[in-house]
Design a protein around this ligand. Sequence first.
Ligand SMILES: [Zn+2]
Ligand SMILES: [Zn+2]
Length: 214
Amino acid sequence: MKIDVRTVGLFEENCYLVVDESTSRSVLVDPGDDGHRILDMVGASGSILEAIWLTHAHLDHIGAINDVRRVYPVPVYLHPMDLPFYEHLSAKAAEMYGLPWDQPVVTPLPLSDGDRVTCGIVDFTVMHVPGHAPGHVSFNGPGLSLSGDLLFQGSIGRTDLPLSDPYAMDASLARIVTLPEDIIIYPGHGPTTTIGAERRANPFLSGRARVVKR
Ligand SMILES: [Zn+2]
Ligand SMILES: [Zn+2]
């Protein structure tokens, strides 16, 4: 399996392309903006795109869905609790920021906690990790987690946004840090990290790490 990334848009969001090299199938995670750059990444991989997976539906994670789907009309997957963002709140936020907006037209297929999703023959498990957004999920695969705006290098996702829930965020962080130390985190913003590195050095997790070790 190979992972490529393009950091896109005003909010510097990481759009990942997961490629199962054994079958040349791929999945896009969070096509946020700059559709032409994302399409270049897909084209350069030589893979067959199978789906778009969304960690959540904030504007910086969904803005290039139409651009991608004009070329690759693949299904989009989202946890239904993020439909308010997908359907209107992200459009409203874009207007507030004075940004151009391309409202996604496709109806997403629902994800729920514990679902198994596949890229080629590689299995991922969906983990519902609300807090930053109500329908936020991470996609946990072999050796890695595509974790959106849950956990960043040295930081965590904001919980002061509409529909955020700081208490749910605490529970979700406590859950993600139970993953093995060597799991590589591919976050929605900033560089990759590992569960172990964040358990040791992330100031937002230090208390939780002690709880997990007990
Ligand atoms: Zn977000
Ligand atoms: Zn984001």
